[in-house]
Structures are given as structure tokens and as C-alpha cells.
Design a protein around this ligand. Structure first.
Ligand SMILES: CC(C)(COP(=O)(O)OP(=O)(O)OC[C@H]1O[C@@H](n2cnc3c(N)ncnc32)[C@H](O)[C@@H]1OP(=O)(O)O)[C@@H](O)C(=O)NCCC(=O)NCCS
Length: 158
């Protein structure tokens, strides 16, 4: 049986769980900047989508994307270790990208920790190209790799 993950917009009461996943899986070693109140603000922001996967009352994955005039910015993305390598990260990212493409945006930008080769490999698989590095981007401690993906090719949507 193929299970299709249910992706929805986050509710205000998801903020704590999302923030805790960010602290544990993304911000490790860097303090905690995506606190529950900051995630709650993102949930309430009109130009930001906070998407979650729900499974039996749990949130095994989430992603946050901000939508600008021409570009979208993937802010955070994480899948719980128990649920990795099942395609959930790819499905979440595609869902957020589809919103950007539907809004007519040209590209998605993101930064990944340079010390996180798994994430960089994941984004490469999803069609992202590295465009540079930013020394000390994370609190002056960890460098970032910048990546981007066009949503429109020369003949229309990519
Ligand atoms: C990066 C992350 C979101 C990927 O989620 P996931 O659900 O495991 O990814 P998917 O199953 O959709 O992977 C799709 C493809 O990406 C690549 N990929 C995923 N994880 C990878 C890894 N650890 N190493 C190399 N390639 C990887 C593979 O090609 C994979 O396809 P495959 O499983 O058929 O080989 C997840 O590992 C994670 O949450 N990591 C911690 C948080 C993080 O680094 N977030 C990103 C920066 S904000």
C-alpha cells in the first residue's frame, strides 16, 4: 500500500513542536533562534507558508518558505530521523515550491549549513545548484552554502 503524506498549513498549536525540531535538527550548536513565538509569527505571516506533515497526531516533518516579489526563500526544512529517506523531505519541498511557482515567482533561494553535507546532497537531488558560500553566516560560527533553483526554464515552468 502506498501512503501519501498529508501536507497542510501549520496551526498555531504546532509552533512549539516545529520550534523544537528546528532546535534539535537544524540549529544544533547554534542556540535557539526559531523559538515557538518566532514560529508562531511565521505561521501568522501572510507571505510565509509553514507546511507540516501530520501522521497520527505527530508532526514528522515541516518546512517554512517566505514568498517575495520574484523569489522565494526556503527558511527551514526538517524531517524527523525516524521518518527520513522515505521521500517526505522531497514532498514537503515540492509542495512549498509549487506555491511559489503558482504565484509566478522565478526562483527559490536557500542557505544550508556548510557542515551538513547530507542536506546539501538532498538539495542537489531536488534540482538546486550551489551559488556560493557565506563565511560565518550562522552566528559567526558555521559557514553557509547558498543554493538556488529556477522555477521557470527558458520555455516555461522548469
Ligand atoms: C535534509 C532532510 C530534510 C531530507 O529529508 P528526507 O525526508 O530524508 O529526504 P528524502 O527521503 O525526500 O530524500 C530525497 C533524496 O535526497 C537525497 N538525500 C536525502 N538525505 C540524504 C543524505 N543524508 N545523504 C545524501 N543524500 C540524501 C537522496 O538522493 C534521497 O533519495 P533516496 O532516499 O532515494 O536516496 C532531512 O535529512 C533532515 O531533516 N535533516 C536535518 C535537518 C536539515 O538538515 N534540514 C535542511 C537544512 S534547513
Amino acid at each position: 500500500m502506498i501512503l501519501i503524506p498529508q501536507i497542510t498549513l501549520a496551526r498555531p498549536d504546532d509552533a512549539r513542536g516545529i520550534a523544537e525540531m528546528s532546535r534539535e535538527h537544524i540549529e544544533y550548536g547554534l542556540g535557539w533562534s526559531w523559538t515557538p513565538s518566532r514560529v508562531l509569527k511565521a505561521i501568522q505571516e501572510p507571505a510565509t507558508n509553514v507546511a507540516v506533515i501530520r501522521e497520527r497526531g505527530l508532526l514528522p516533518g515541516f518546512g517554512i518558505m517566505r514568498y517575495g516579489e520574484q523569489r522565494a526563500h526556503l527558511v527551514l526544512l526538517a524531517v524527523a530521523p525516524t521518518h527520513r529517506h522515505q521521500g517526505l523531505g522531497a514532498v514537503l519541498l515540492a509542495w512549498l515550491e509549487k506555491c511559489a511557482a503558482t504565484a509566478g515567482l522565478e526562483r527559490v533561494l536557500l542557505e544550508a549549513r556548510a557542515d551538513n553535507p547530507a542536506a546539501i546532497a538532498f538539495y542537489g537531488e531536488q534540482g538546486y545548484s550551489q551559488t556560493g558560500t557565506v563565511p560565518g553566516y550562522y552566528l559567526g560560527v558555521v559557514d553557509a552554502v547558498r543554493l538556488e533553483k529556477p522555477l521557470w526554464g527558458p520555455f516555461g515552468r522548469a
